[in-house]
Design a protein. Sequence first.
Length: 340
Amino acid sequence: MIRSILAAAALAAGLFVAPAAQAQATLDAIRARGSLACGVNTSAPGFTTLDAQGRYQGMVADLCRGLAAAVLGNPDRVRFVPLTFATRFTALGAGEVDVLMLTSTHTLLRDTQLGLRFTTYYFYDGHGFLVRRDSNARRVRDLAGATICTLQGTTNEQITSEYFRSLNERVNILLFAEQEQVVQGLGSGRCDSYAMDASGLASARAALPRPADWVILDERFSKEPYAPVVRRGDDNWFDIVRWFVSALIEAEERGITTANAEETRRTTQDANVRRLLGVTPELGQALRLDPAWAFNAVRAIGNYGELYNRHFGENTPIAMPRAQNDLWTRGGLLYAPPFR
């Protein structure tokens, strides 16, 4: 009787009540089809691009592979679904993907109005501006009257508009669907500046014919934490994605790498590491996964530090210092909850 009353009240309030079986369907659906459907973008160096063989590369692509390894035991059992920033949330809500991994900022309105849930942050960023080194722009306010390009469906358009409106200055904002279109606009002179999160600016600069001719202005205008996104109503799947990201961070803190994961799992006497790597089964049981879920993920793609260095480190074209994307023990913001 109480359940019926609550359901009727929810319907009267315009809320959708998902049946329990439907609300817990994602993991079972992935297992039934034998692959993870992962939403990505295709033109963001460092995060996701396609190489000459058509293989997805970048941090986001590797996160998809790592999640497939955790859930299905095989990093190759992932189907990449290319999405634009304008279509990403609709595609997730419609069930076209199991998880949205491409860079998506966690905001209050997105969190409360889209029927989606943001999990755990895998990258911290902030809104900035890319300009020609030989331009007269030394501060962002110097761009008044300029043509500023950004990506449709992102928070960057709003941030740019609000900033110049606060100065009572006008700018011409051009919207594009993909970053490679913005790069072309910068190279052709159609765009005076690119307004985007700093990581996107760094990857765009690396893609320009003469990267040294461009500079990212020092000012930052927002907090842009990126997290994988899932649909609401599936607590088990939310937990899996959240703890998968945390496991990569914890593995770095514990010194567990692709190279030593197997040896560590076989020899460690540390109770926390034994739980993390599935020597004891309780964490996997709690998530409805194989006890070796985190071990499989780290062995497939490495810990968070390996992931970052591979795609954003000093030996890459992007070469972004880790800064806030470092572990909390080194002054960064990355902090995994206890694995117990």
